[in-house]
Design a protein around this ligand. Structure first.
Ligand code: GNR
Ligand code: NI
Length: 173
């Protein structure tokens, strides 16, 4: 089996990260091809999740694998939250679109979401711990939201400057 070509991950503060994704109309071969490329890109970048928004595809598609062994792929298409726990916890988050930056974000400890899988079958998934955090982080991406938007404007602006400088330095030969 050959590995599909990798996709380019948009980096904050790219304005395209703030695009609101539209629902997938049909889970067909085009969507399954996108999912395959998203998994390859996520595993290559050592991420635990990736939203289509991050690869400049503005459709409600998420891939996740929070397992240590990197062998438990999970696909969420057109995800909708059915329930959030009132109990919240602040945890350290990072994002492939905000490389090198980690900070605390408060999220519900557990969530239940309904989504289509890669076969187009609707499933309800109850999650807690890291998976619950990841699902909330990815669903934010589909709404055009990046985790740094939960931080103070001061922190966000520092992050913005730092990443813009890093991108300028990379472009220089
Ligand atoms: O790889 C990732 N790790 C992570 C760690 C804590 C909370 C959320 C995440 S998601 C992130 C991958 C990513 O950017 N997904 O959008
Ligand atoms: Ni992210």
């Amino acid at each position: 089996m050959t590995t599909p070509p990798l996709l380019t991950i948009l980096r904050f503060p790219d304005p395209r990260l703030h695009t609101v994704a539209r629902p997938v109309a049909a889970v067909d071969d085009r969507v399954r091809g996108l999912i395959e490329r998203m998994f390859a890109t996520m595993y290559d970048a050592s991420g635990i999740g990736l939203a289509a928004t991050q690869v400049d595809v503005h459709e409600r598609v998420i891939v996740i694998d929070v397992s240590e062994e990197r062998n438990q792929p999970m696909v969420l298409i057109n995800p909708e939250v059915e329930w959030y726990s009132d109990e919240k916890r602040k945890g350290e988050e990072g994002c492939l679109s905000v490389p090198g930056i980690y900070d605390g974000v408060e999220r519900s400890v557990s969530v239940r979401v309904r989504a289509l899988d890669a076969a187009g079958v609707s499933r309800s998934i109850e999650a807690e711990g890291l998976l619950a955090v990841c699902i909330q982080h990815e669903m934010d991406h589909l709404m055009g939201k990046v985790f740094v938007e939960y931080l103070s404007p001061l922190k966000r602006n520092r992050i913005k400057s730092k990443l813009l400088k890093a991108q300028r330095d990379e472009e220089r030969v």
